[in-house]
Structure formats: structure tokens, C-alpha cells
Design a protein around this ligand. Structure first.
Ligand SMILES: O=c1ccn([C@H]2C[C@H](O)[C@@H](CO)O2)c(=O)[nH]1
Ligand SMILES: [Zn+2]
Length: 132
């Protein structure tokens, strides 16, 4: 599954819409027996850009799944790509501590991370049980 997710992420990257940065990113995740791909989608109002990882997550949720089994992310970086802080927080919502995160690049450099390594001590909904 690791290799398949990486190949799917490489394919997903080809669809990236990046007229401003030129930096294409691809992601692919497994959920409910299906693979959801995502690419980054930029906007003339730069801050509205959606990263590849979040595109894949939102596709998954909108299709009725809420648990990521594993995810691969790829870009044309020197080392394995490093997901941004926003994506780490969004991934944490639908991953468990041990969920595998495959970080890779176009040169075949791959690192196998976990959600807990990607965002230690992530803020979670359960942290809000004593609100009010
Ligand atoms: O993990 C990452 C890091 C960056 N980007 C995108 C956002 C923007 O389109 C471009 C440059 O930041 O890369 C992603 O999609 N995922
Ligand atoms: Zn991001």
C-alpha cells in the first residue's frame, strides 16, 4: 500500500494548479478501502490557496469517510516534502497517533512518519470538554 499511495500522490501532483508559486504538491490517502487524491489549488488572493493534503482530506470527508488509514505526500523538494502547519492540524483531526504518513519527493527519497511525529500534542476536540 505504501508504494501505491506514493504513486497515486505523484499522479495527483500533476493536476496541481500553481500559477503563482509553480510548486506542485500531490497527496493520496487511503480511507474506507478507497484512495483519495489531492493537489494544491492556488488563488490570485494567495491566502485562499488549498494545499494538496487538505484537498485530499476534504474529498475524503465529503465522500463519507472520516478516518485516514495512511497518506503519502510528494513534491519536487531536495528531501521528503514537509507538510505545512495547517495541514498537520487538519490531518490530526482524522488520524490516530500511529497513522502512517509517507513523506517523499520526485527523487524517491521517502520517510515513514506517524501522525504523532508530524504534530506532537495536537489540539483535539476532546481538549474542549471543560469549556464554559
Ligand atoms: O505541504 C505542502 C506545502 C505547500 N503546499 C503548497 C501550497 C502552495 O500552493 C505551494 C507553496 O507554498 O505549495 C502544499 O500543497 N503542501
Ligand atoms: Zn498545507
Amino acid at each position: 500500500m505504501k508504494e501505491q499511495l506514493i504513486q497515486e500522490a505523484l499522479e495527483a501532483r500533476k493536476a496541481a494548479y500553481v500559477p503563482y508559486s509553480g510548486f506542485k504538491v500531490g497527496a493520496a490517502l487511503l480511507a474506507g478501502g478507497k484512495i483519495y487524491r489531492g493537489c494544491n489549488v492556488e488563488n490570485a488572493s494567495y491566502g485562499l490557496t488549498n494545499c494538496a493534503e487538505r484537498t485530499a482530506v476534504f474529498k475524503m470527508v465529503s465522500e463519507g469517510h472520516q478516518r485516514i488509514e495512511a497518506i503519502a505526500v510528494t513534491a519536487d523538494t531536495d528531501g521528503p516534502v514537509s507538510p505545512c502547519g495547517a495541514c498537520r492540524q487538519v490531518l490530526a483531526e482524522f488520524c490516530e497517533a500511529g497513522t502512517k504518513i509517507y513523506l517523499t519527493n520526485l527523487h524517491g527519497n521517502t520517510e515513514e512518519w506517524t501522525m504523532e511525529k508530524l504534530l506532537p500534542g495536537a489540539f483535539r476536540g476532546t481538549d474542549m470538554t471543560r469549556q464554559g
